[in-house]
Design a protein around this ligand. Sequence first.
Ligand code: HEM
Ligand code: HEM
Length: 225
Amino acid sequence: MAHPAHYREAHPLVFVITHWINLISMVALACSGFYIHYPFFSGFMGVARGMHFFFMYVLIINLTLRIVLAFFVKSATVLGSREVDTDIKNWLPQKANVHQFGAWIKYYTFFKKDHPLGAKYGVLQKGSYILTVPLTFLMAYTGFCIYSPVMDWGFFQAGLNLVNGPMNMRIIHYFCMWVFIIFTAIHAYLANVEGVAPSRLIFAWKEEEGLHFDADGNPAGGKSH
Ligand code: HEM
Ligand code: HEM
């Protein structure tokens, strides 16, 4: 099956770093959070809470930085191209995404072998990546609502009143962890389903040659694998 090339321009180094920091923080928060919820061995609670209270700030600062950088850093906006434009364009509706929703569904449900060619991110990919932003902020909000130093602030009290107290908020925070775990499982699977080239790029910043496309999105020579 033909793959587009995976060029560094698709993920400039700074986004390779933000992806790493996000992944490390998520793992640290999920592990420490799971222990706080269910301390299946003793003597680790102080460390688990300390880890959680540290990485929650790392996660929020990293996400905020990633969003701000989207307006300043240029990245490839066309699949398999080195041509760059402001990164935020990858996160807004693009012309190349239009009328591809059906084609992507067919691809994911195995009715169609090759995936549609167009923008850097497919319709569902773009949608699900964007959803991780409000979900991370929801995680932060529900987390701060059960964080004693700030839970009596009006902003968090409003949320606590809405869900009838911290115990329910804790359950929502815990439930969201599973949403993240399921997202990550699907994301890691789909990101590698056609080969490890995308992962080599986002983790090691290594390029992979593949099929090249001209400005109209037509294959223009190059080898495929
Ligand atoms: C984004 C910022 C976050 C903040 C501000 C935050 C804050 C907190 C706080 C204050 C607690 C209670 C700790 C205690 O009182 O001992 C907690 C528990 C927990 N957190 Fe977070 N957290 C955040 C992100 C995350 C993430 C990303 C995950 C998982 C992927 C997570 C999973 C959990 C779990 C499972 C618990 C235990 C809940 C329970 O007792 O049922 N948290 N968090
Ligand atoms: C097992 C761990 C993970 C693997 C193997 C993985 C793999 C990848 C790959 C290959 C890409 C590039 C996709 C492409 O160019 O088509 C990517 C991007 C992305 N991943 Fe992950 N990922 C992992 C963990 C996570 C986690 C935990 C999150 C968030 C909760 C996440 C959110 C994202 C986002 C938002 C992007 C877009 C990156 C950007 O433009 O800044 N990933 N990931």
